[in-house]
Design a binder for this molecule. Structure first.
Ligand SMILES: NC(=O)c1ccc[n+]([C@@H]2O[C@H](COP(=O)([O-])OP(=O)(O)OC[C@H]3O[C@@H](n4cnc5c(N)ncnc54)[C@H](OP(=O)(O)O)[C@@H]3O)[C@@H](O)[C@H]2O)c1
Length: 197
């Protein structure tokens, strides 16, 4: 599969490493090659937005997407008087805003609830780290779920795109544990069904 990743930072690089290892064709584009972003979006079967939330509006204005999955890894985080908080939530989400900016795309919210280090390397866990995904198009979600599996993550369907309202604060839970609770970055959420009923 041709995967076009916009954003060459920690998340973009980690995902490129993982998906190339799984045999996918991956290209990245960043600010230094911003004229390439539109071409990258045309070339890709799946587009990944691994950029700051604040950059989404500009990027959406630069690309044209019709009937393709767009993975939204971003977290709409702002610094407030009490530290990090969400810029939006409860009645909408960053992912739904992105979908409105890209009406022809099938936005899937995922890869926002785990650190880049785990995206790049999922070995060493007793249980596959879980990654919830939310989106309104079932075919796009199936494609993205397979890409999550290729990274060694367990894909867990959270429902329609409005469930991004749950997944974006969930990411803050991960960040809070990693930073304020000092668990560091080398851990992930897992989903464990009971083996014996
Ligand atoms: N880091 C994590 O563990 C993690 C985990 C889950 C989700 N996330 C989310 O994933 C997103 C990326 O995080 P990150 O840690 O990878 O950030 P990062 O290391 O700062 O990388 C962001 C990248 O986006 C590029 N960029 C910014 N504006 C752009 C634009 N208009 N067009 C093209 N590229 C642009 C930056 O380019 P320059 O180098 O030129 O600035 C940089 O390469 C964020 O929304 C974050 O909340 C992060």
């Amino acid at each position: 599969m041709r995967i076009g990743i916009i954003g060459k930072g920690r998340v973009g690089s980690a995902l490129a490493t993982g998906w190339r290892a799984a045999g996918h064709e991956v290209q990245l584009s960043g600010r230094d090659t911003t004229p390439g972003v539109a071409d990258l979006a045309n070339w890709a079967d799946v587009i990944v937005l691994a950029v700051p939330y604040a950059a989404l509006e500009n990027i959406a204005a630069t690309i044209t997407v019709t009937d393709k999955p767009v993975i939204d890894c971003t977290n709409p985080i702002v610094m407030g008087p009490d530290g990090m908080g969400l810029a939006v939530g409860h009645t909408t989400s960053g992912a739904e805003q992105l979908q409105a900016l890209l009406p022809g795309a099938h936005v899937v919210k995922t890869l926002n609830q785990v650190g880049a280090e785990v995206m790049a390397d999922t070995t060493g866990f007793a249980h596959a780290p879980v990654q919830l995904l939310a989106g309104d198009n079932d075919a796009a979600k199936a494609t993205v779920a397979a890409l999550l599996s290729d990274l060694g993550l367990e894909a867990l369907d959270a429902g329609g795109l409005s469930k991004a309202r749950l997944l974006e604060p969930f990411a803050l839970t991960w960040i809070n544990q990693a930073i304020a609770q000092k668990h560091g970055r080398n851990w992930a959420f897992g989903a464990m069904p009971r083996a014996v009923q």
